[in-house]
Ligand binder design. Structure first.
Ligand SMILES: Nc1ncnc2c1ncn2[C@@H]1O[C@H](COP(=O)(O)OP(=O)(O)OP(=O)(O)O)[C@@H](O)[C@H]1O
Ligand SMILES: [Mg+2]
Length: 286
């Protein structure tokens, strides 16, 4: 049974905490030239790169897969978040977002992947999702996409940009997996290569959403944060403590924290309003 109807884990943007809201074992990667797709029609002249056209096997965690009440609510909340980000972008030109949390398993990858998906699907934005969690990658599992080669191989100089960039079923959703687990993630993230890479890619996409590791015990996300436009902090209701959440908020406050996403919220509690009951009642009669 899907975990979504079971626990009603809706994504909700909250105005709390005082912030504005709303496996691999591989050798050298091999990508054959015939796997490369020319993005000529979608990328600006002069900046175009090739990418791999892949058949992804989207998993249950992609919230647009299915029409249960919980999924409808999750999609709605993600659309609201997209609208807020788009509105913000008009004023600030921000387009590179880092997604992190205080603790593991608070829903970073779920949020980053679904946010990128819905931004591309329903807002018609050209979006790149980068899995920069070099220690515990899972975005490729949610997308059912190849996990290698990826960012690690690129940063090690073992793969070209065109070999790690994938396009799946949506014409404007692109993905870079994290690749193999490197022995020295901190060293890889400390080089200027990632900063330059993201700066270059940002000329080609409307949004770049970077999934990362938690800030609690390892510094990877803090190494990436300085060259991102903003940070979204995911807090898993029941998966974290107020103390850890506040510590993460304080740590990121001066690094470009845009807002907090409260995850694992039970919509039966959050949506007990007349409006919601009326709306869902109407939908269920359709
Ligand atoms: N709102 C949600 N609804 C349903 N399932 C969710 C939700 N949020 C997270 N999950 C599921 O919970 C599990 C953990 O989530 P996820 O992998 O996104 O956490 P994470 O913070 O990225 O973990 P890690 O720190 O290991 O990278 C995954 O199986 C994910 O699909
Ligand atoms: Mg993750």
């Amino acid at each position: 049974m899907s975990r979504i109807p079971e626990a009603l884990k809706k994504v909700r943007v909250q105005q709390d905490l005082g912030v504005e809201t709303q496996a691999k074992k591989v050798g050298r990667p091999q990508v054959l030239p015939e796997d490369l797709l020319d993005l000529a029609d979608s990328l600006e002249e002069g900046t175009r790169v090739g990418c791999r056209r892949e058949r992804w096997d989207l998993q249950e965690s992609i919230v647009t897969r299915g029409h249960s009440k919980d999924r409808i609510i999750a999609v709605e909340e993600l659309r609201k978040l997209c609208a807020w980000l788009l509105q913000r972008q008009r004023a600030t030109s921000q387009k590179t977002l880092l997604v992190t949390s205080g603790m593991p398993k608070e829903g970073k990858t779920f949020l980053a992947t679904n946010l990128a998906w819905i931004m591309a699907q329903s807002k018609n934005q050209k979006v790149l999702l980068i899995d920069a969690d070099l220690r515990c990658s899972s975005a490729h599992l949610m997308l059912g996409a190849p996990g290698v080669p990826g960012l690690a191989e690129f940063l090690e100089g073992k793969a070209e940009e065109s070999q790690i960039l994938q396009q799946g079923p949506l014409s404007n959703f692109f993905f870079i997996p994290s690749g193999h687990c490197p022995e020295n993630p901190v060293e890889l993230l400390t080089t200027t290569a990632l900063k330059k890479f993201i700066a270059r890619l940002s000329t080609q996409f409307d949004w770049i959403i970077v999934d990362s590791s938690p800030v609690g015990s390892i510094c990877d996300a803090q190494l990436i944060a300085p060259f991102m436009d903003g940070i979204l902090l995911v807090i898993g209701a029941g998966a974290s403590s107020a103390e850890i959440a506040v510590r993460a908020r304080d740590l990121l406050a001066d690094m470009g924290l845009l807002g907090v996403i409260l995850n694992y919220v039970d919509p039966r509690e959050a949506y007990s309003s007349y409006y919601y009951r009326a709306y869902m009642g109407k939908r269920s009669k359709e």
